[in-house]
Design a protein around this ligand. Structure first.
Ligand SMILES: [Zn+2]
Length: 233
């Protein structure tokens, strides 16, 4: 078994009380469920449709504000962004538009058309934990982002005090990948970002470096998943 983010061989696996097999990567600190727990695309889509994430759901709007507020200092008038992995209801995109910015939206299940031009900011809220292949998704996100642009990621982070036998975040069977604060340091190094903000719990803001020295690992194997990734980085 190799890590789904850094491709390094996994030496550390464990099973929780609910008999779910997890793998922990000592290189990038990602913890992920064994691929036998990954849902089929049909079951996954069905599950997402059940989410009640409407613009009139005040709790959800407050929840998304946790990602929006720390990003606002990086945004300037007339900038154009993308709500990546927005699900069936692009609520965040409408919140961003209300703040006076342009915002497109993309979701592989519900709005599969990718934008034709690179964006100055991207939000990926509550989607990194769903990635079967975070390396490919990060490659795609980077290809969609202008140099100096920001990517805001909201996903609950694990730390050394997290009990994998009881953590509620694991219960959702569409959640398969769990990131440590150090995982984002690895992502910055590998994909050419700088960490601008990290609340240590669930929100990080990364900016894309203007010049990215490729970070090559001996077992690196990132392949394109979408022809639109050909957008020049
Ligand atoms: Zn790894």
């Amino acid at each position: 078994m190799n890590c789904i983010l850094c491709n390094r061989k996994i030496n550390n696996s464990f099973t929780t009380l609910e008999n779910i097999l997890f793998h922990k990567c000592d290189n990038c600190m990602l913890i992920f469920k064994d691929p036998k727990n990954f849902l089929s695309p049909e079951s996954e889509k069905k599950r997402y449709k059940e989410h009640n994430n409407q613009p009139d759901n005040k709790g959800y709007v407050n929840f998304l504000s946790k990602a929006l507020e720390p990003t606002l200092p990086f945004l300037k008038e007339a900038m154009s962004g993308l709500d990546f992995g927005c699900g069936p209801n692009p609520v965040l995109a409408s919140m961003i538009k209300k703040k006076g910015f342009e915002c497109d939206h993309y979701d592989p299940f519900f709005y599969p058309e990718l934008p034709d031009e690179r964006k100055e900011f991207i939000f990926a809220t509550e989607c990194f934990e769903h990635f079967f292949n975070p390396a490919n998704e990060l490659q795609l996100i980077s290809s969609l982002l202008c140099p100096s642009g920001t990517i805001t990621i909201m996903t609950n982070q694990w730390d050394e005090s997290t009990d994998f036998n009881s953590w509620y975040y694991l219960k959702d069977n569409t959640h398969i990948a769990f990131y440590h604060s150090a995982t984002f340091d690895f992502i910055c190094k590998k994909f050419g970002f700088s960490k601008e903000y990290d609340d240590g719990e669930s929100v990080v803001v990364l900016s894309k470096n203007v010049v990215h020295e490729p970070y090559i690992e001996e077992s690196s194997d990132i392949t394109c998943i979408n022809k639109k990734q050909a957008i020049k980085v």
